[in-house]
Write a protein that binds this ligand. Sequence first.
Ligand code: NAP
Length: 308
Amino acid sequence: MLYTRVLITGANGLVGQELVALLSRFPEYDVLATGRDAAPRFVEGSCGYVPLDVTDAAAVRRLFQDFTPTAVINCAAMTQVDRCEEERAACWRVNVEAVETLASCCRTFGSRLIQISTDFVFNGQAGPYREQDRPDPVNFYGRSKLAAENAARDAGPDRWTIVRPVLVYGTGHRLSRSNIALWVIDQLGKGRPIHVVTDQWRTPTYAPDLAQGIERVLRYRKHGIYHLSGREMLSVYDFARRIAEVFDLNPALIHPTDRSRFREPAERPPTTGLIILKAETELGYKPRPLSEALRHLGARLGLPVSTS
Ligand SMILES: NC(=O)c1ccc[n+]([C@@H]2O[C@H](COP(=O)([O-])OP(=O)(O)OC[C@H]3O[C@@H](n4cnc5c(N)ncnc54)[C@H](OP(=O)(O)O)[C@@H]3O)[C@@H](O)[C@H]2O)c1
């Protein structure tokens, strides 16, 4: 059998763990997972693991020499939007310079680069967005991810793919950061009131659906830009209400608010959301409907969910 050798960076994160679990199920993929930790944090999926800090260019090059990947899926990033605003140099090193290194190695070794980007490359004035719409980020995280998209193209013609998800939610083992669904479930489960914005609109992405979309990009050797989010567009407040509904939690604890309530260092784009028609048509990408995704998450968390 001819193996596709897949190098996953940032494999201990939310998206990375999901990809490891999914790709390990296919015998045709020889997966090498990498992350900053000395040992893997994921428990699902069987594959090799070596520590790799993607900002260490020499270590990245050595790994390419040793593993000679067919494809690299870059899930490593500084993903905390406010932290990126405040720690710009550190953000740039991980989100941009590391992608330059990966793209350069991909060019040298003939590997493909699948770069995970974000809806935050858009300004949020006119969402939902198509792949060909013009990026115009409103914060430093978005600027770094747009620069990373441009850097990824250096992997060579036909050898780069940019995948853009939106507000990714799901679960994993010992994740270093929470996500909207886990936060809402946790807070409401403890009977704590939460304030959630009504003036930010998104098409939330369930991490296992995103992993399936990325697997199809890999399998069909697609290049270019693909929007891989959920299909439903809703405000973050309405998303929290849907979570409460499915997990049978008290919706009265969710208080509608707007951005002005929060003093966040980074601006947020108001209405992003992505149009996924290209991925549906070219990849057969089929994200679960929101309620189904939330019930699936409930099953994984071992929590009771409503069946209606
Ligand atoms: N989550 C979202 O809502 C969302 C939305 C749109 C796009 N995205 C994009 O999706 C991709 C994956 O993000 P995620 O949601 O899986 O976030 P995540 O859980 O924060 O995962 C990012 C991973 O990158 C790792 N990392 C950071 N710096 C590194 C370095 N120098 N070397 C190696 N690994 C490093 C982190 O390690 P530690 O665990 O040690 O911190 C973490 O495991 C990112 O490109 C992000 O921009 C995410």
